[in-house]
Design a protein around this ligand. Structure first.
Ligand code: GAP
Length: 503
């Protein structure tokens, strides 16, 4: 049985070997934390985006979509706080010359203590049956000790992050005895702040050029278009503006594959509400977004909320939807009640009134905002890693299968003539032509049928249609289902309907 680290490596190499994700610029040895989506990857990614767009924009009559530019006026990032405060605390190890995020070093240390607690609990679970976990956590000496230690570190850490106490973070790293994973030494530099925005110059002449930023989130493109949408969209509070697009962050630590990238994509929605009603809508979106995840057939046990105790100065509620990635529970989506902070800031910096006249109350106000923000690439990784499985079959052989939700799978149907003769390829082409206007299909008549099934399993194709001699006699085909590997004989003429119903 592969451990989680091995499993994650297998998932990464599967993504490359089967045309899902390639390292960017690979023939030049790659570019750190940048990836390209390959022939199947781009289909899966597009299907995720479509599924989100449909559920947010098409299914909510009071949400509209936009697509704002990546380049925006530089004052936007001053107003939003990104120029002054979009920083990560970084620290270098003087021996290895490796750079780390100071907060991540501490978080990893906390995660190790958590692992120790879980190991103790797991041991007890195996030993005692029935097992009262709450009582055990309260009474077991070691578990109590670890739990208190962890809580103490978390308290201090949270305070330091709030106070921007960089010296405190260094002291904590030293006190906890955190070593550099490469050199093994504790020879650390001081902690410094590092702004995550990429900058570039706009204009054809460099001397007349102005510094602008590649947007680090898509949200600001929504805020600065609030007035335009309000004036042209016939929208009434509460209403939302949704957007999918690229975002860029100069992440200090590039790791965990597409989990943390320097160029990534976000699917964000800002929901504008009456002041005072924001917490009601925050709870609404918390539930809605969790339902969206579960509607894909993912396991509820792989999701949890992580409510923020310490809130950013502009938020009055925030939660993360965390997913059980192969490297543990991590943030997949954020839901934030951002008050009227962003619109107020843009009012101040632009000098334009960003207000809404409420015909029901006869009041004019700056709406409050509830935001839902999910990374497309993280969602991709969640779906892909959840789908990946190695299975032992009854005949003793093994197969690797991607159990992707059918509606997200890149190829929906593979059309496979049993042999490459006896007019079966011609019949296969006919069926392919009948299906391809409706579904992304793949035709394949090379190799033994068993190998072709394995290949479709490995790219996650939910259905294989096999054409054999009987097809020529009665126009029926076998329809093989990926997960159960069950085959049924169905009329070829009904394939479009059968597959549409299954989808
Ligand atoms: N507008 C709010 C915002 O940007 P965030 O928590 O910084 O909030 C939202 O980002 C989501 O974007 C995260 O939950 C994550 O899914 C995704 N995300 C953030 N940074 C990322 C990165 N470097 N690589 C991939 N996805 C990232």
């Amino acid at each position: 049985m592969a451990n989680n680290e091995d499993l994650f490596k297998q998932i990464i190499s599967h993504a490359k070997e089967y045309g899902y994700i390639f390292p960017s610029s690979e023939i030049y040895d790659g570019l750190s934390a940048v990836y390209d989506y390959a022939q199947y990857g781009v289909e899966l990614k597009n299907n995720i985006k479509q599924y989100w767009w449909k559920s947010m924009v098409q299914m909510h009559e009071n949400i509209v979509g936009i697509d704002s530019a990546i380049f925006m006026h530089p004052s936007i990032w001053k107003a939003s706080g990104h120029v002054d405060a979009f920083n990560d605390p970084l620290i270098d190890n003087k021996d290895s010359k490796k750079r780390y995020r100071a907060d991540v070093l501490i978080e990893d240390h906390i995660a190790k203590i958590e692992e120790k607690i879980e190991k103790e609990v797991e041991k007890a679970r195996k030993k005692f049956n029935p097992f009262d976990e709450v009582l055990f956590r309260e009474t077991n000496g070691r578990v109590k000790e670890y739990t208190e230690k962890k809580a103490g570190i978390e308290r201090r850490f949270a305070q330091m992050m709030t106070d921007n106490d960089l010296a405190g973070l260094k002291t904590l790293i030293e006190e906890l005895g955190i070593v550099c994973p490469v050199s093994g030494s504790r020879n650390w530099t001081d902690v410094r702040q590092f702004n995550l925005m990429f900058s570039t110059k706009i204009g054809s002449l460099s001397d007349g050029a102005d510094t602008i930023y590649l947007r680090p989130e898509t949200a600001q493109g929504i805020f600065v278009n609030f007035l335009n949408v309000y004036k042209t969209g016939r929208v009434k509070v509460p209403f939302g503006i949704a957007q999918i697009g690229k975002a860029f962050r100069n992440e200090i630590v590039a790791r965990q594959f597409i989990f943390r990238m320097r160029e990534f994509e976000q699917m964000e929605m800002q929901f504008f509400v009456r002041p005072g009603e924001e917490l009601k809508w925050f709870n609404y979106w918390k539930e809605e977004r969790m339902k969206w995840h579960l509607s894909l057939g993912m396991e509820p046990r792989d999701y949890r909320f992580h409510d923020h105790d310490k809130l950013a100065h502009y938020a009055n509620a925030a939660t993360d939807i965390e997913f059980m990635f192969p490297f543990g529970f991590k943030e997949l989506e954020g839901i934030h009640s951002r008050t009227d902070y962003d619109l107020k800031q843009h009012e101040q910096y632009s000098g334009k009134k960003l207000r809404y006249f409420d015909p029901e109350t006869n009041e004019t106000y700056i709406p409050y905002v509830v935001e839902t923000s999910i990374g497309v690439d993280r969602m991709f990784l969640a779906v892909f890693s959840h789908a990946y499985a190695m299975e032992k079959l009854e005949d003793g052989s093994e197969r690797t299968v991607l159990r992707l939700p059918a509606r997200l799978a890149p190829v929906k149907v593979a059309v496979l003539p049993l042999v490459r003769k006896d007019n079966l390829p011609e019949k296969g082409r006919e069926i392919m032509d009948m299906l391809k206007p409706n579904f992304l299909c793949q035709y394949d008549d090379k190799d033994a049928i068993g190998r072709r099934y394995r290949r479709q399993d490995a790219i996650g194709t939910p259905w294989c249609v096999t054409i054999d001699n009987q097809t020529l006699e009665d126009n029926t085909v076998t329809l093989r289902e990926r997960d159960s590997m069950q085959q049924e004989r169905v009329p070829a003429a009904q394939l479009n309907t059968i597959i549409a119903v299954k989808l």
